[in-house]
Every structure is written in structure tokens, then in C-alpha cells.
Design a binder for this molecule. Sequence first.
Ligand code: 3HC
Length: 698
Amino acid sequence: MTHPVSYERDGAVAVITIANPPVNALGHAVRQGLWEAIDRFSGDAEAEAALILGEGKLFIGGADISEFGKPPKDPWLPEVVNHIEACEKPVVAAIQGAALGGGLEVALGCHYRVAMKGAKLGLPEVNLGIIPGAGGTQRTPRLIGVKAAVAMIPAGGSLGAEEAVEAGLADKLGEGDPRAAGLDYARALIAEGAGPRRVGALPCPAEDAAALDEARALWKKKARGEVARLAAIDAVEASTRLEIAPGLDEERRIFREMMETSQRAGLIHAFFIERKVAKLPEIEGVAPRDFGKLGVIGGGTMGAGIATAALVRGLDVTLIERDDAAAERATATITKNLDGAVKRGKLSEAGRDAILSDSFRTATDYAALFEADLAIEAVFEDMGVKREVFTTLDKIMKPGAILATNTSYLDVNEIAEATSRPEDVIGLHFFSPAHVMKLLEVVVADKTANDVTATAFALAKKLGKVAVRAGVCDGFIGNRILSAYRAAADRMVLAGASPYAVDRAVKAFGWPMGPYEMGDLAGLDIGYATRQRKAATRDPRDVVPTWADELYHLGRLGQKTGRGYYIYEEGKRGGSEDPEVEALVAKARDDAGVTPRDFTEAEIQRRYMAALVNEAARVLEEGIARRPLDVDVTFLYGYGFPRWRGGPMHWADEAGLAGLLEDIKSYATEDDFFWRPAPLLERLVAESATFASLNDKG
Ligand code: 3HC
């Protein structure tokens, strides 16, 4: 095996190159190699300066995350960085692409830094639930000051090359080949007779109480429940009062503390699964079909959102509506969405105008789709209507074009049967608002061709979305599981919990919203329609939230009518609790002969999550979600599940499957219809296995 760190001399410059694809992560062999290369440079009488380079598109992507949680191996990264800094001859880093986390820390251990145009210098550690652990929190503020350091480090942020030079994080801006730029710099330093210049030897940065307070207030609010961002601020604060050696010790202490948290485990799980989710054997190496020209059928909120997402990312869209008035309304919605993108700085005004004049058009005749590569239907959720649309698409669209439905629960197999080419049919379930939400459930029907699935994943990537493969069932992965924990919430309310207490408990767990706030946001008519749809096949033992039906009949449809579970007042953020809702619920309890009892916050959270996990286990068993990680990604990106908990399946493993199963069995003593343990959960417990053990399935 070739060593990932090489040493060669180019005249008087020792060139130390890290070649550890794909991101030159600082795994054990690299740390060892860097240490030895610095020793060799120190002893090399011919070498007057050293240049550290990263081979490939970036300098160094950071510590090797896959080593986290395993026993540490000498030399540790902080020692390597100190070793570089202590070198008696000047060491230069040439940074191209990115120097992230430990990568930037290595660069800060070097005495001089040239940042190539387009490079990013950042400390993203907090996104993984840790803090920079190799001097980043001590050396960065020594170079750029406390204010700039707390703007960057708790955000997991970065500076572009120009900004880095301006702020003092790098010394020089380079252009072209990093090796050439680094050699030039090193030779100039030799010519000047420059010696080592150690960041660690700089004085402590001035204390800036206002900047620290502001950063703490910001992150307490913005990242509710997360510990690492605040801990990173503490570490920066330490740099203002401690010399470098005790400062590094303090950083190390906090770093170790963060390493032990379950948040670190959750965030790193999230990092790896969002990269693994698109790795499916049936699409590996399969070339996607073209998808540059899209057709969108239906210009309501969903269709307009999908069209916006596609237009912003440079695709061509033809939108079909039933008449000119509807087409105009759709155009107005899309224009408003694009204006929003301009306001947020995601799109220039000229870009918006070009999109509207060149890349977007509406039509009332499906014939306008004859050239489209892929059509996404976003019409009314009714099987008859959808089948009609697909029969028409089948006639109009060119051979090889993809016919996709944005249904959120209907049977995609049945829709596919309305065409003569079911292999070209797939479900693309976007989440509302489609130009904002990152999740795309790719619903693979029985006959969907693999290259159609591959195209759906490529499209998601192009749109900046995260695709998850799902099988066909009512609600697919996300909404199917949602209906189970929603039902658990309704059962708790019937048994005595206030809906407001349920919302509070769920939010205290880390969800962005409780089920009843969410109901108000979506509209109570949606839940009502779902219950009506399921009424014919409902088991008599099922619990129906009659109070929700009553709210619907009272015209209290949630936020859009100013009243639902909560009362919404003009100009006031959020809703206030409504005693009339409590009265409706109390009546429902009376009617059902229930004597209400109290629920603690912990019990509410436990039942909510137990219902989620139990249904997820069924979804896995049925192959609707192929791996637990598919459920985790669905919930992280589609339902706002707190990222620091890793995802619901990761949470379940951490919480302990045996305990969850035991609780489900104890809930079943009250209601053995709803609380039926999923066979997969029972099997995993019997085998003392975890959901994670199923993640390596292809
Ligand atoms: N350690 C181990 N593996 C890593 C890694 C790292 N730091 N960074 C990326 N990888 C792996 C990915 O898992 C992926 O593996 P796969 O091909 O098997 O799925 C592969 O490298 C390529 O990664 P991406 O698909 O993300 O490649 P991109 O080109 O899109 O992005 C990147 C490159 C911007 C470097 C991105 O990978 C990234 O953001 N990485 C994480 C950076 C980071 O958080 N660094 C800090 C680490 S913690 C640290 O340094 C602690 C220190 O302070 C002590």
C-alpha cells in the first residue's frame, strides 16, 4: 500500500503531499505520515522551508469521522498540529478546494497560508456535535478576533479564500496550481529569510463580552436543545484568558465531553446516512434518462412549488392547467415564489426574468408536452382523475419519457396500469412547500424500470433535494408512519391528555411542532378528508377523534380560518390555547365513558415515539422502506425530526428496543388493537439486535 503522505524535495523546499482520497481525511496513517514528514524536514539540511499540499480537489476535509467513537490512536491530531507549529523552519500550507475542521487546524499549525481562489476555510465540527479539537477554537480567534470567531465556529461556518485573507486567517490569495503557488510563496519566504511564525505564540485575543453574549443568545434560540454550538463558544472564550497550552487543554476537555454525547452519535449517524441513502444496488452504475425538459400537470400549491424548484435549478418547465385563468393563477404563484428566491439572494433579478421568459410556459393542451422528458402530475388526489391524466400522458408523451405522479398516498401501481408503459411510471412525492422542503420520496412501483428510479435520484440531486426510495402503500414511508403516531396522540387526548400538553411534550423532545399545531397548519379539512376516505374500511375498534370532526363541521379549519385547535390572531405569532377545544374533548371522553387521567411529559413522548417506531418496523418488514436509514432520512428531511437525535430509528436503538417493546406490550393491556407489537421489533429484541444492524442491506 502506498503511504498517504509523501515527502520530496523541490530545490530548497520540502513538499509534503497528503493523498488520501476522497477528501484527504486525517486518519491515523495520515497523522503518522505528517508527523514523520515534519521530522524528516527538520533533519533535512537541504530543505529550508516545507510546503504541505493536499492532492485532488481539496486540501483536507477534516479528521476522519469514521474513526470517531473508536479507541484513539497516537499521534492525535492536536499533537500533530503542535508538532508542525513547533518546527524550527518555516512551513507553508497551500489550500485549494477546502480546508475543513482538522484540515483548517493543520493549516493553522503551519506558519504561513496561501488560500487558492474558490477555497473554503471552515470549522464545521459543531454540525457533527463536537467542537474543533485540534486548536481551531484557540488559534482562530488569535488570528481573526473573538467576534469573527464566534460568527464562524458555532455556526459550523467557513470563510471564502478572499474573506479569509481579509480577516487574517490566511496570508495570501493564490491562483492556478496550488503546488506552484505554494512553492512561489515558500521560495519568497526563504529569500526574505523568514522564520517560523507561530499562531500559538500570538497573544490571547481581546475579550469581547458583547460578541460572546450575542452568540450565546443566538444559538440558544436557533439550535434549541443542541449542546455543541454553545460549548464551542465556551472554548473560544477560554482563548481570551488562557495561554495557548492551557487553552488547548481546555479545548480538549470540552472536545472529549462532546465526543461522549448522544448528540455526537446522532449527528454523525445523520452525516453518513444522508450519503448512503442514494446507494441502491438497482441504480448503481445505471445511467439516468434525460430530464432537462419537465412537464408539470396542475398549477396548485404543489404543482407551482415543483415547477419553482425545477426552474430555480435551471430546468425547462411547461405547466399544464385546465384553462387560461388557472394557468394565470399558477404563473402568479410561481412568480411570487421566484420573487421570494430573489429576496433571499438565491436568484438574481435578471435570472428570474430569464426564467420567466425563456424556461417557463403554461399551456391548456397536453399536446404541449410532446417533447418533455419527464412529466410530474400534481392534480387532485383522486384515483379516477389521476388515471385519466395518465391515460392522456401515455398518448402524448414521446417514447422513453417518464410519467411521474406526486400523489401522497394513492396506489402508484394502479395509476401505472392506466398506461401502456408502466415501466416508465414512478411516484415523486414532494413535500409542501415543494420549492423549500428537501425531501423527495421516490415511490418505486412493481414495474418501474431501474433507469427510471435512477433518473428520479438524479433529478432530486439536481433540485438540491434528498431522495429516499419508498415502496407502494397508503402514505408510503413518511405519511404512513405519521398517521400511526398521530393516532397515538389522539388516543392520549381521549384518555385524558390535553392536546396542548401533547404539543408541548412533543416540542420538548425536539420536534419543531406538535401534532395539533401541525394539523392547524395543514388545515383540519385534510385530516377530515383522510378519515372519511378510510371510514369504509375502518376497524370498529379504531379510535376516531370525533372532536376533530366537530371542529371541521364548525368551520374551524386551522390557521387559514383563524381558528382550529388554537386561536390565531392577526399580527400575533403562533396560536393561543382554546378552552372550547378542551370542552369538545371532554364531551368526547364522556361519550366514550372514559375517566380522564394525567399523562406526564415523558409518557407522552414515549408513547408518541413508540407508535412511530412500531409502525416504522412494519414499514421495514413490508419493504416499503428498505433500510432503517431510509426512515431516518425521511424524518430528518421531511418532518423536522431533530437532527441531533439522528433519526427515529437511531433514537430507538439508543433508547433500547427491549424497553420500547416492553412499553408497547404494557400499552396493549389498555388497547390491544392499536398497540400490536410489530413482528420485526419482536425479532430484533429476541436477537438482541438493533435497527442499525439492518442498515447495510443493499
Ligand atoms: N471523514 C471521513 N469520511 C469523510 C469525511 C471525513 N471528514 N468527509 C467526507 N467523507 C467521506 C463521505 O462519507 C463520502 O464517503 P462515501 O463516498 O463512502 O459516501 C466521501 O468522503 C465523499 O464525501 P461527499 O460525498 O460529502 O463529497 P463532497 O465532495 O460532496 O463533499 C466535503 C466534500 C465538503 C469535504 C464533505 O464531505 C464534508 O463536508 N465532509 C465533512 C467535513 C467535516 O465535517 N470536517 C470536520 C470533521 S471533524 C474534525 O475535523 C474534528 C477536528 O476538529 C479534531
